[in-house]
Write a new protein. Structure first.
Length: 473
């Protein structure tokens, strides 16, 4: 009931109401008017042609264009509205230069990451947390010791015990002169935070910016999905949002399995990621803090993608990571909807003798998306990839281990939104210890997991149909 009240009072409700009215009007017009008025049928065709022309002229993914064209065929009126409302019209960003194509895997990833974020590889100490409960204890200790800055950038912040204890510490640090800043996503927090929560935080001395207020065309699709907690020379990233279910304080969808990584060292990369978004939202440009000299430690690099158009880092890195594997690739992902080429690449790796394994949830948080995830999982199973479901509940971890040597822990899902649309971040390291910790966590979940449920003929056909619309999910 609390979430329902928050939805009815919040900023998402007007958008949902307008969309529902548009769907209703589109269905009525599609069914009734052509029968009653011949010119309406002619107008319907004309609008469909116009929408199709606009769609073909856009610089967009072919998969997204196909999905929208299919929608136009089924619902011409509704398709016309959606194509115009959700058309991507941002100018394309400068494409990547052809760097990072040679050398070791880490050198290639680091070169591409530097080109994307401007921050080169760094060194430091890394710690892996296989659950939100473990991360929470370390995070609290780091917060209590903060001296200079605390930067937070999160998709979801929800009132509760976890956020409550963080907020109390943030207020204490503000009084001691620590620079505390918070960025949260307007859509991600639409069901959890009041409309004027940014002003409430600002009144407590916490500098606050809200990412992309909800609006048609761009505000509903391009979101800030990052999980980034920067404290002095320490940063936490991964899949864990600031809500009670992520740390075991609240039970949702069974046991909530998540993970995160803590990096202590040169934080220039993560600082650049945060301040770039901060400047875009507030127009307050600042100099980067002088980085400490960390000559010893584990080499790592910061991965990030924004919401601007153009070639994105993770969509380019994921095929490189898969193709570089010689022994094993272990992947955690709560959602699964990949371009056909990446599905084929995973299958080819498995066929070449690489141990390719994937863990997905068993209890879904979004049933339609989960149905799509299972459809892709069955396709991968037919190609020789080993896929299991996390039986105790919902798996939200997003990480990849390669050959027991390389590890990636991030906010990236294995879906179109993370690949091509949303702002994301993560950490990639050449660290056998971190990779081994991730592999132990993965194999423990894999042994506890259950096989993907088989689908009947009708469900297989429905799944094939839904994959047409996967780029729009």
């Amino acid at each position: 009931m609390r979430r329902l009240r928050c939805f009815l009072r919040g900023r998402l409700f007007p958008c949902a109401l307008l969309l529902a009215l548009a769907v209703f009007a589109g269905v009525v017009l599609a069914i009734r008017l052509p029968r009653l008025l011949a010119p309406a049928a002619l107008l319907e065709r004309a609008l469909s042609f116009i929408a199709a022309g606009v769609l073909l002229a856009l610089r967009d993914l072919p998969e997204r264009k196909i999905a929208k064209l299919v929608l136009l065929c089924f619902l011409p009126w509704m398709g016309f509205i959606l194509v115009l409302c959700f058309a991507e019209t941002d100018p394309p960003a400068r494409p990547f230069e052809k760097k990072g194509e040679g050398g070791t895997l880490f050198a290639r990833v680091a070169a591409l990451a530097k080109e994307r974020s401007g921050a080169g590889p760094a060194k430091g100490t890394l710690s892996y947390f296989p659950s939100g409960e473990e991360m929470r204890r370390a995070l609290r200790a780091d917060l209590e010791g903060a001296k200079r800055r605390i930067f937070l950038e999160y998709y979801i912040i929800a009132p509760g015990k976890f956020w409550g204890e963080i907020l109390r510490l943030l207020e204490e640090k503000v009084k001691k002169g620590v620079d505390v800043r918070v960025i949260f996503d307007d859509f991600g927090c639409s069901l959890t935070l009041p409309r004027r929560y940014a002003k409430e935080l600002s009144s407590r001395g916490i500098k606050t910016a809200v990412f992309s207020r909800l609006r048609p065309r761009r505000g509903l699709t391009r979101r800030d999905h990052r999980k980034l907690f920067l404290i002095d020379d320490v940063c936490y990233t991964g899949g864990i949002n600031l809500a009670d279910e992520y740390v075991g304080e609240r039970i949702r969808f069974g046991h909530w399995k998540d993970s995160a990584v803590r990096a202590e060292g040169d934080m220039t990369g993560f600082e650049r990621v945060f301040l770039k978004t901060w400047y875009a939202l507030t127009r307050s440009k600042e100099q980067l803090a002088r980085a400490k000299n960390f000559e010893e430690g584990i080499p790592f690099c910061v991965l990030s993608d924004g919401t601007e158009r153009g070639e994105r880092l993770f969509s380019r890195l994921l095929p490189i990571l898969i193709a570089s594997a010689k022994k094993s690739v272990f992947l955690f992902s709560p959602y699964l909807s990949l371009p056909h080429g990446m599905v084929e690449l995973l299958g080819a790796a498995a066929a070449s003798g690489v141990d390719v394994r994937l863990m997905i949830p068993h209890i879904p948080d979004k049933k339609i998306v989960f149905f799509l995830t299972r459809t892709y999982a069955r396709e991968l199973l037919r190609m020789g990839v080993k896929v299991r479901e996390y039986t105790p509940g919902f798996l939200h971890a997003k990480s990849i281990s390669i050959d027991g040597e390389y590890a990636l822990v991030s906010s990236y899902n294995l879906d179109y939104r993370s690949l091509y649309v949303q702002a994301e971040c993560g950490l990639f390291a050449e660290d056998p210890a971190l990779a081994a910790a991730l592999e132990r966590d993965f194999l423990a979940c894999y042994e506890e997991g259950s096989p993907v449920k088989r689908a009947g003929p009708f469900m297989r056909l429905l799944g094939r149909l839904m994959t047409l619309f996967a780029p729009l999910t």
